[in-house]
Design a protein around this ligand. Structure first.
Ligand code: PHE
Ligand code: NA
Length: 452
């Protein structure tokens, strides 16, 4: 008998996969990345990366999960004995991310609350770094910061409950609430943003194509990097989630839906963020180019200032940070599930035990970021994970499957048996040649950049 956990419905799986994909990468990474890499012209390499690597890899990971019905390590082991470590490599990367991702969500929780009184005052940057995080002058360790620690512990409690309730009652139910709610909040924010004065200038800056950049290899690397990160591929996540699919589920169709939903959300975020940046530029007599930022700076330094300038600012501030929390939490659950499933299978323990051990360990490590040096530590770890960990994980995965195990043909037949859309040899070309070449190039470029 097969008593493996399963999703209750196809929609449940799709929402969970979208919940993983749609995250901080869509909201604060995509807009700045697109802007810096050719603006409107970036859509060409971006679309190319989506179709030649993003969706093909998503299909591959869904097929592996569906076929082997195991966590990433055991799935790779079933493909070939010597490949189990590739699964663990991905699981470990997810584990590391899961130790600092909740820190950012904890900040967003506090900022949702701060929004009502605009606690950041006139200088949001010095409030964030100085008053809120109390960043120490030097080093990566300092005193514990209680205003980060307490929301962090609360978040872990929520994560423990959701993961503890299991795939159907926990993860699926949470995403069925989070993702529709997120979509509604986000649409409200974007409508508000594009109707602010100055929004058009922001959108013009975002969409203005700089075609000269297309010749630059680094723009293509940025496009592939964005797609990998944004679709949560090579993190063991999508293999784990698809291992809970009922036997008769479509694969290819689900992958296209996930990919398109994620990109739509990303585009919407770009529109919202740049409309808001245009508004800010017009209020402060600056050029849009001077206020553009991504990442932590965009969310916790620039956005608070935009919020302060807006009418009904308390409400919109709250909605913005609430959207970060929802997007972040659904991604956080998916990263943690990789090691929960991995530990459960490897050591043959119950879900309760693996949640306690895996989640407990991650929660303890996460405390190291809740101190005055946490921001510096987070930056450093995040840099290495993104620039090396993930690219390597993807490279190992495709090379192992396409070249060592030579199982692409096998996977293709399997996917075609259960799916509406049929995969042709283009799919094997994308995974066997294009993706490894791009990932290899990406690694090399990062290495050369760092050695300089
Ligand atoms: N895909 C998520 C995003 O776009 C990020 C993420 C990466 C989440 C890895 C989980 C694991 O924000
Ligand atoms: Na994403």
């Amino acid at each position: 008998m097969d008593n493996r956990s399963q999703w209750g419905s196809r929609l449940g799986f799709l929402l969970a996969a979208m919940g993983s994909a749609i995250g901080l990468g869509n909201i604060w990474r995509f807009p700045a990345t697109a802007y810096e890499n050719g603006g409107g012209a970036f859509f060409l390499p971006y679309l190319f990366a989506l179709l030649t690597a993003g969706i093909p890899l998503l299909i591959m990971e869904y097929t592996i999960g569906h076929k082997y019905r195991s966590s990433a390590p055991r799935s790779f082991k079933r493909i070939s004995k010597g490949m189990e470590w590739i699964g663990w490599w991905q699981v470990i990367i997810s584990f590391v991310i899961s130790t600092y991702y909740p820190i950012i969500i904890a900040w967003a929780v506090m900022y949702a609350y701060f929004s009502f009184g605009q606690s950041w005052g006139d200088d949001a940057t010095s409030f964030f770094v100085g008053d809120f995080l109390q960043v120490a002058d030097a080093g990566t360790f300092g005193a514990i910061v209680p205003s980060v620690l307490f929301p962090l512990l609360g978040l872990w409690a929520v994560v423990f409950i959701i993961l503890g309730l299991g795939v159907k009652k926990g993860i699926e139910v949470a995403n069925k609430i989070f993702i529709p709610l997120l979509a509604i909040i986000f649409i409200i924010i974007v409508i508000r943003a594009v109707t602010l004065p100055g929004a058009v200038e922001g959108l013009n800056a975002f969409f203005a194509p700089d075609w000269s950049q297309i010749k630059d290899g680094s723009v293509w690397v940025a496009a592939y990097g964005q797609i990998f990160f944004s679709l949560s591929i090579a993190f063991a996540i999508m293999i784990t989630y698809s291992s809970y699919l009922p036997k008769k589920s479509d694969i290819t169709n689900n992958a296209f839906i996930t990919g398109l939903a994620n990109s739509s959300f990303e585009l919407l975020a770009g529109i919202g963020v740049f409309a808001a940046l245009g508004f800010m530029a017009s209020q402060t007599d600056q050029a849009v180019a001077d206020v553009v930022q991504g990442g932590v700076g965009l969310a916790f330094m620039v956005f608070p200032e935009i919020i302060s300038e807006m009418p009904a600012s308390g409400l919109f501030g709250f909605l913005f940070f609430a959207s970060l929390v929802l997007a972040g939490l659904s991604s956080m659950i998916s990263i943690s599930e990789t090691y929960i499933a991995g530990i459960q299978e490897k050591f043959n323990v119950s879900r309760r035990v693996s949640v306690t051990i895996g989640g407990g360990l991650a929660a303890i490590v996460s405390l190291f970021y809740a101190n005055q040096g946490g921001l510096n530590l987070l930056d450093t770890v995040d840099y290495f994970i993104n620039n090396y960990g993930v690219a390597l994980a993807g490279l190992f995965e495709v090379v192992a499957i396409a070249w060592f195990a030579r199982s692409l043909k096998d996977l293709q037949n399997y996917a075609n048996d259960v799916s509406d859309i049929r995969l042709g040899s283009w799919w094997r070309l994308c995974l066997g040649i294009i993706t490894p070449v791009v990932l290899g190039f990406m690694m090399l470029q990062n290495l050369l950049g760092d050695l300089k």
